[in-house]
Write a protein that binds this ligand. Structure first.
Ligand code: C5P
Length: 314
């Protein structure tokens, strides 16, 4: 058997096609109906066996990427979800040895696209390989669910229905391939704060349900129908905390996007511009990108395709 001393895992961002949020639960979380869709903005996580030294910590973290000032928001200590993922795997298997974890970030930080969760999913896969744990997919999913609501989705990718607090996953049929434009905000939003604002705005939240029109649009691969039914219950809360997002959404809609919504807890805004076969795709995409750039509100505007597979060793 070859012994790996370095493992790199590529892991995608997600956008939520539907995020329905129920009332707050006793454990502080909310029951969700969360339609996850993995898109081709990737972080690359490299885990390297650290040279043996006395008093080595289990993990040492570094980060790079094109996110400029956003990178400063990535904690490079044991609170980082990637570091927690390595520790959890070490505790559960007894096989942990010190590692250096490098996060090459292209997923917006604190952007509502599950970048931190993606890094944790990638770290689980990388350490599992490096330490020779060879856990089953089921066991990895169980550890992922303990780390956070979105981590399990980072492992599976594609398009999936998340229930419970988002961690109970079921694949969804989605044969279409879509182009997305993402407007990255100059600001970040805290997921917990957005859920708190949701509770304030919606004290009477109903039980969340999957929108049957969304399921139908996905199965048909119908981008126009899909654009018309994208929904996010957290959007009013994100707009309440960051009102300028309303202008960002409006700019993309007026420029011809088929659908527009805040991604997850925000503040990244997502615009569906068409399926990849659409002859008008490039023109529409260029108009949406230009309109968003023209608002002066976005840190950056990027494009990506979905869906794509989950965490993969490269
Ligand atoms: O699970 P995760 O660490 O991603 O959640 C971050 C925060 O978002 C939680 O502490 C909680 O405040 C909120 N949350 C929630 N209900 C969920 C998922 C997250 O209230 N289903």
């Amino acid at each position: 058997m070859t012994v790996n001393t370095t493992v790199t895992v590529r892991v995608p961002a997600k956008v939520n096609l539907q995020l329905a949020v129920g009332p707050g639960r006793e454990d502080g979380f909310h029951d969700l109906v969360n339609v996850f869709h993995a898109v081709s903005l990737f972080d690359e996580v490299t885990v390297k066996a650290a040279p043996p030294r006395q008093s080595n910590p289990l993990t040492a973290l570094t980060a790079s990427g094109e996110m400029g000032s956003h990178l400063a928001r990535v904690p490079l200590n044991e609170t980082n979800l990637a570091s927690r993922a390595a520790r959890l795997l070490a505790e559960e298997t007894g096989r942990g040895t010190p590692v250096a974890i490098h996060l090459d970030k292209h997923i917006p930080v604190a952007g509502g696209m599950a970048g931190g969760s993606a890094d944790a999913a990638a770290t689980l896969i990388a350490c599992d390989r490096l330490w020779g744990c060879d856990l089953s997919e089921e066991r990895l999913l169980e550890l992922a669910a303990r780390l956070g609501s979105d981590v399990a989705f980072g492992l599976v990718g594609a398009t999936a229905l998340g229930t419970g607090r988002g961690e109970v996953l079921e694949p969804m049929s989605s044969p279409g391939r879509y182009r997305w434009v993402f407007a990255l905000s100059k600001r970040g939003l805290s997921t917990a704060e957005v859920f708190g604002e949701y509770d304030r705005l919606r004290p009477d939240a109903p039980t969340p349900r999957l929108d049957p029109r969304l399921e139908k649009a996905l199965v048909a691969g119908d981008a126009v129908a899909l654009g018309g039914v994208l929904s996010n219950d957290l959007q009013p809360a994100a707009l309440s905390l960051l009102p300028e997002l309303e202008r960002t959404l409006a700019a993309g809609r007026h420029a011809g996007a088929l659908g527009a919504l805040v991604s997850g807890s925000g503040p990244t805004c997502a615009f569906l511009v068409g399926d990849l076969e659409d002859p008008e795709l490039l023109e529409r995409e260029a108009e949406v990108v230009a309109a968003l750039g023209g608002t002066g509100l976005c840190e950056r505007v990027v494009t990506a395709d979905g869906d794509v597979p989950g965490a993969t060793i490269v």
